[in-house]
Each structure stands twice: as structure tokens, then as C-alpha cells.
Design a protein around this ligand. Structure first.
Ligand SMILES: NC(=O)c1ccc[n+]([C@@H]2O[C@H](COP(=O)([O-])OP(=O)(O)OC[C@H]3O[C@@H](n4cnc5c(N)ncnc54)[C@H](OP(=O)(O)O)[C@@H]3O)[C@@H](O)[C@H]2O)c1
Length: 325
């Protein structure tokens, strides 16, 4: 079988190192692996590919991929490739959900603690050699213990956040699209439709649902208005789930306590974005999901699925194209 690997990005951390392509070649000597370093190069290789390991595919590439049966993404979010032609095609999609759950959950803890302990303010004062005991002390330290944490999207990432927050004594509720099924720990599970009921009491709102038709703009002006003035918003999912204009307004007006944003509608975030200078915002450049052994984990998951594909077994992490994740 001919397999195309097309995982490249302007950012080096999201580009598969060639040594991992070689590793797959050695592990699966009966398959032919093509390695594309650019979109244009990938386009010339798609006609031969029966399987693809890629984080994105364009309409033009899909049209050229006449032999393609299966595409596996090294990312969890696949919303960008669910255009109508892909929905209509028989190509099976699988993703890497779960792979980054632990590292993202630690990130959520880190930024929640940073905002609860006023660290952005402390860092600004440190840079200015300013002993701001009164200013920082007046805001008070907040505790995760007993805080009410609302997780929008209790999947692999949301579940890992719930576990860690609950261990620190938080009172955790998670929202799922299909709320049937038991909670797998000391937290409450509620259906997505309960969002508005639960927002007013939340101290921390963690956005961890996928970007789908249903979740676009999920946290907009009405939702921000329901949050308390102390509450913080943490987005580790995709920028499209949050109405950024409404969020800037809410932050400027101090209508909510702060935000920690790892993802944005347009990435890289424009140099003139108001988010950069808002004092109650913590920005990370879509790095929450990176783990030290990222490419080992990503290629191992692909290899596991390739073995299954070869053996005619069901793949893991098959995407429900209609649901969008
Ligand atoms: N920042 C990063 O670097 C990074 C890295 C990896 C992933 N991500 C993003 O995080 C997303 C989630 O990843 P994951 O691995 O946790 O995915 P997952 O395991 O598939 O979990 C998704 C969860 O969201 C829930 N959900 C779906 N639609 C919803 C809605 N309308 N309202 C509330 N909950 C809803 C699902 O409900 P059910 O349980 O009922 O299906 C599920 O619990 C990805 O799609 C990706 O966009 C970001």
C-alpha cells in the first residue's frame, strides 16, 4: 500500500521530523511511504496514496486522492477538513484524541493557578523591580479547593482536567453532547443544554469541546454575561468556540475575572490584537497540547491504526464526520 505522510507547518514543532517517517518505513517494510514537505508536493503525491497521515487536507488534494481510503490526523481537532466533499466521500477519518489530554490538563491547572495567584501581575511587577505586596495582596489569592469548575466538553481532555481539578478539591461539573452514561470520577455530568444554568455559579469555565457546527460561538455575549465577575475562562479547544469580540469587551469591562487563551480564531494572533495588552489575559501560542514525546506518541498511534487497517480490524478514534469530532 502507498501511504502519504504530509505533516508540515510553518511552525517547526508541528512538522514531523524525517526520522519519524524513517521509523515508520522500517516498521512497515511492505508499505511504500511518501513524505511531502509542502502542500504543493503533497498534491502531486495524493493520486498514489491509499492511506494518509496528515493534519489537514485541501479540497484540491481530496479531489486528486482518487485511491484514498483512510486519513489519520496527528491532531484531535479535524473540523478544518470536514468540508462537504469530505463528508460525502467514503474516506474514513481517524484522529489523535486523547494523545494530548494529560499535557493539556496540566496546562489548564497551570493557567488557572497563575490567574488565581495573580502571577501575571506579579511578573509585570518583577520586570519593573516593584515590590507590589499591597496591590497584589489586595486582590487576594484564590484556591482551587472548593472552586466550582465547569468543563464544556468532558471528553479526553475535559476528563483529564476533571480528574486533576477534583484531586485538588474543586467541585467539578462537565458538559457532554450526549450526557448519557456515568461519571467516571467524583464529578457531575450534565447535557450540553445545561450550559446557561451552570455558568453563573462557575469560578472557572474550561472550554474543551471540539469545533463543530453546534459549538461555534458557544461562549458568546449571553454566556459571558451569565458568568460571575470573578470567573475565569480557559480555552484550550479552538478559537471558534468563543466570540472573541464579546470576550474582549467582557474583559475590558471587568465583567469576568480573566481569561487564559491557548487558541484563537486566527493564528498566529495578529500583533495588534487587543488580547496582547489586556492585563487579565494569559496568552499561550497554541502550545498547551505539545508533550516532550509528541512525535513518538503521534507515530505510535498512527502505527497502531495502520496495523489494525492491515488486519481489517476496527480503527481506534474514528471520527463521526456528521457530528464533527
Ligand atoms: N490546544 C491544543 O493544542 C489542542 C490539542 C488537542 C485537542 N484540542 C482541541 O480539543 C478538542 C477536544 O479534544 P478531546 O481529545 O478532548 O476530544 P474528545 O475526546 O472527542 O471529546 C470531546 C468532548 O466534547 C463534547 N462535546 C461535543 N459537542 C459538544 C457540545 N455541543 N457541548 C458540550 N460538549 C460537547 C463531547 O461530548 P460526548 O462525550 O457526548 O461525545 C466530548 O465529551 C479537539 O476537538 C480539539 O479541537 C486542542
Amino acid at each position: 500500500m502507498t501511504i502519504l505522510i504530509a505533516i508540515h507547518s510553518p511552525f517547526e514543532i508541528w512538522t514531523i521530523p524525517p526520522s519519524y517517517v524513517d521509523r515508520l518505513r522500517h516498521r512497515f517494510p511492505t508499505h511504500a511511504f511518501l513524505h511531502a514537505r509542502t502542500d504543493d508536493e503533497a498534491l502531486t503525491m495524493y493520486p498514489d496514496a491509499e492511506a494518509v497521515f496528515a493534519g489537514q487536507i485541501t479540497r484540491q488534494q481530496l479531489a486528486a486522492a482518487t485511491r484514498l481510503r483512510w486519513l489519520h490526523s496527528p491532531a484531535a481537532g479535524v473540523g478544518g477538513m470536514l468540508f462537504p466533499e469530505m463528508l460525502a466521500s467514503p474516506v474514513v477519518l481517524s484522529n489523535s484524541r486523547g494523545m494530548s489530554a494529560g499535557t493539556i490538563a496540566e496546562h489548564v491547572l497551570a493557567v488557572t493557578l497563575a490567574l488565581f495567584r495573580r502571577l501575571p501581575h506579579a511578573f509585570r511587577c518583577q520586570a519593573a523591580h516593584e515590590w507590589a505586596q499591597d496591590a497584589i495582596g489586595a486582590q487576594g489569592n484564590r484556591l482551587i479547593a472548593d472552586a466550582r469548575v465547569l468543563i464544556v466538553g468532558l471528553g479526553a481532555i475535559g476528563g483529564a482536567v476533571a480528574q486533576r481539578m477534583a484531586l485538588l478539591g474543586a467541585r467539578v461539573t462537565g458538559l457532554r453532547r450526549r450526557a448519557a452514561g456515568p461519571a467516571h470520577g467524583p464529578w457531575t455530568v450534565a447535557p450540553a443544554g445545561h450550559l446557561h444554568d451552570l455558568l453563573p455559579a462557575a469560578d472557572v469555565v474550561v472550554v474543551a469541546a471540539p469545533h463543530t457546527r453546534e459549538t461555534r460561538g458557544l461562549i458568546g455575549r449571553p454566556e459571558l454575561a451569565l458568568m460571575s465577575r470573578d470567573a475565569i475562562l480557559v480555552n484550550v479547544s479552538r478559537g471558534q468556540l468563543v466570540d472573541e469580540l464579546a470576550l474582549v469587551e467582557a474583559l475590558r469591562a471587568r465583567a469576568i475575572g480573566g481569561a487564559a487563551l491557548d487558541v484563537f480564531v486566527d493564528e498566529p494572533l495578529a500583533p495588534d490584537s487587543p488580547f496582547w495588552t489586556l492585563p487579565n489575559v494569559l496568552i499561550t501560542p497554541h502550545t498547551s497540547g505539545f508533550r516532550p514525546d509528541h512525535w513518538d506518541a503521534a507515530t505510535d498511534l498512527f502505527a497502531e491504526n495502520l496495523e489494525r487497517f492491515d488486519a481489517g480490524l476496527p480503527l481506534v478514534n474514528v471520527v463521526d464526520k456528521e457530528a464533527g469530532y
